[in-house]
Design a protein around this ligand. Structure first.
Ligand code: PEP
Ligand code: MG
Length: 579
């Protein structure tokens, strides 16, 4: 039995056999083959090259020439490498001489070439190392394709074990069979963790070296409440966890039973609880869990699920389905937040040295106007179907907001010319996710209709801690005094400017933070649907005057540890069973 401690990111207990996924960036373990398998492995290398060449040729042909031909050039370089016979020969020689798998041979030959190139003094040559790593990923995708298919065609319940999962991979999991997730990398607000939570799959991340301890088919317990993963539990542990899992399900049912009760504090203040969604069919779940609308629709998932970029009609269909399902309840559609760890089809292979500080989110949209306008048209078209609002992510300064609004007006004019109906008074809001936006909130508030604080990014950018990097996850906390002071500034400025404000980062679903946020003046929280009942119960158990006291006390503290301990203590007194 092996017990590993990580970060709990999605609540619940799961017990099932492990299925290990080799992540694309993971070093392929050296596996030996029987001499009789040599011919088949060499053939697999040939097939992988053939398929990779076919895939790249199609992608190259599909490139939009208006992009300046840069992407086309990248694909052409990759194709030249793939046509180089000496590279393929090195791999097949390795299979014959060392009796290793095709995947291992491909990976080790390409890593050696990449290492060699990266040492070059010539910048052009050293940059080619990144191309070689991309080719490695592409070939491995072909060579390991069968294993990935196994994830897509599951027939029994599993716990997915991986070094790292992307949000796209996680979104593709079959909820019926994927019962738990455990990964070496990740953080509470990494996008894969957010997806796991919205799919209600218990998950623990940042387990550092879990993959070294697990073999495919091992029994795994994922304790998504305490952040623990147990490999091959003994009989007594297994029995305890089966009991614990039953009790947890009962607690969830009890909470669900009060889902239609209003979210009102004991002293009568109404709090609005909305849901965060990534896919249209989740809107129903938000309503079932007692949410009153959608406070954040992360539309970039439309790009992450397919091989081709969505058309205006694809956007329209997804939004129309969601808006109709809400029957007049509010929905905030956020324009795409691509870049960093989420990429469009055509930009998937463009590497940036610091992607979270790079061409991400609204910046990316403002440089890809065709794509941006396509989405804006669809959002405007659905605005007549319900209570639709639009929100721009990662605004860092007023100029960006003005640019985004100007483009929105351009699109409105195009629709006017075509006599396409839309809501001219559609509320336009922004996310406050950077210290610069928080510190200039009042002037931003003069030019928009509402704020939503994205505490996931606000925490990352204020504390200079990558939200998905397990090596620094102990430094990542939205309860840090610096983050809290920025939240308070934004809340006060929104109040002064008389515009509505909500919190839509993961902080809104942390039971310990509810009293503090209410005490700081927040009245709308948007969170992943499985957490709505629990947060509602906390809202219904507190008095606003106590929340105000908690906020005053916390804002006078200077240490994150002191604040977290104080918040936990205050929340435990209110609702012991939630902790
Ligand atoms: C945030 O940053 O808090 C947020 C809600 O946006 P996302 O998690 O999609 O980056
Ligand atoms: Mg964000």
């Amino acid at each position: 039995m092996e017990i590993k401690k990580g970060i709990a990111v999605s609540p619940g207990i799961s017990i099932a056999k492990s299925l290990i996924i080799d992540s694309e960036d993971y070093r392929i373990p050296r596996r030996s083959i029987h001499p009789s398998q040599r011919v088949a492995e060499v053939q697999r290398i040939r097939n992988a090259f053939k398929d990779a060449i076919g895939e790249l040729t199609r992608l190259e042909a599909a490139q939009d020439p208006s992009e300046g031909g840069k992407i086309k050039d990248i694909f052409a370089v990759h194709l030249r490498f793939l046509h180089d016979r000496s590279m393929r020969k090195k791999m097949t020689d390795l299979v014959h001489s060392e009796l290793v798998t095709a995947a291992y041979a491909a990976s080790s030959v390409l890593r050696e070439i990449a290492q060699h190139l990266s040492k070059s003094q010539d910048a052009y040559i050293s940059e080619r190392a990144a191309d070689i790593r991309d080719i490695e990923r592409r070939l491995l995708k072909q060579l390991l394709g069968k294993r990935r298919e196994a994830v897509e065609h599951l027939t029994e319940e599993v716990v997915i074990v991986a070094r790292e999962l992307s949000p796209t991979e996680t979104a593709g999991f079959d909820r019926q069979f994927v019962k738990g997730i455990a990964s070496d990398a990740g953080g509470r607000t990494s996008h894969a963790a957010i997806v796991a939570r919205s799919l209600a799959i218990p998950a623990v991340v940042a387990l550092e070296d879990l993959t070294a301890y697990v073999n495919g088919g091992d029994t795994i317990i994922v304790d998504g409440n305490r952040g623990i993963v147990i490999v091959n539990p003994d009989g007594e542990t297994l029995r305890q966890y089966e009991q614990y899992s039953k009790e947890f399900v009962e607690l969830e049912h009890r909470l669900d039973a009060m889902r239609q009760e209003p979210a009102i504090t004991r002293d009568g203040t109404k709090i609005t609880l909305l849901g965060n969604i990534e896919f249209p069919d989740e809107a129903d779940v938000v309503l079932q869990k007692g949410g009153e609308g959608i406070g954040l629709y992360r539309t970039e998932f439309l790009y992450l699920n397919t091989e081709t970029e969505p058309t205006e009609q694809d956007h329209y269909n997804a939004y129309a389905q969601t808006v109709r399902g809400l029957a007049g309840k509010p929905i905030v559609i956020r324009t795409v937040d691509l870049g960093a760890d989420k990429h469009t089809q055509s930009k998937r292979f463009v590497r940036e040295p610091n992607p979270f500080l790079g061409l991400r989110s609204i910046r990316f949209c403002l440089q890809n106007l065709t794509m941006f306008k396509t989405q804006l048209r669809a959002i405007l078209r659905v605005s007549v179907l319900g209570n639709v609002r639009i929100m721009f992510p990662l605004i860092t300064n007023l100029h960006e907001l003005m640019q985004a609004k100007m483009i929105l007006r351009d699109v409105m004019e195009d629709l006017d010319e075509e006599s396409v109906p839309y809501n001219r008074d559609l509320p336009v809001g922004i996310m406050i996710e950077t210290p610069s936006a928080a510190l200039t909130a009042y002037s931003l508030a003069m030019d928009c209709d509402f704020f939503s604080i994205g505490t996931n990014d606000l925490t990352q950018y204020t504390l200079a801690v990558d939200r998905g990097n397990e090596l620094v996850s102990m430094l990542y906390s939205s309860a840090d005094p610096a983050v809290l002071r920025l939240i308070r500034t934004v809340t006060q400025d929104a109040h002064k400017a008389q515009i509505p404000l909500s919190i839509c980062g993961e902080m809104a679903s942390e039971p310990e933070c509810v009293m503090l946020l209410l005490g700081m003046g927040v009245r709308t929280l948007s969170l992943s649907s499985p957490m709505i009942p629990e947060i509602k119960q906390i809202v219904r158990s507190v008095r606003l005057q106590d929340c105000n006291k908690v906020a005053r006390k916390v804002l006078s503290m200077n240490s994150e540890r002191q604040i977290s301990a104080y918040l936990r203590n205050a929340a435990t007194k209110i609702l012991p069973e939630a902790f």
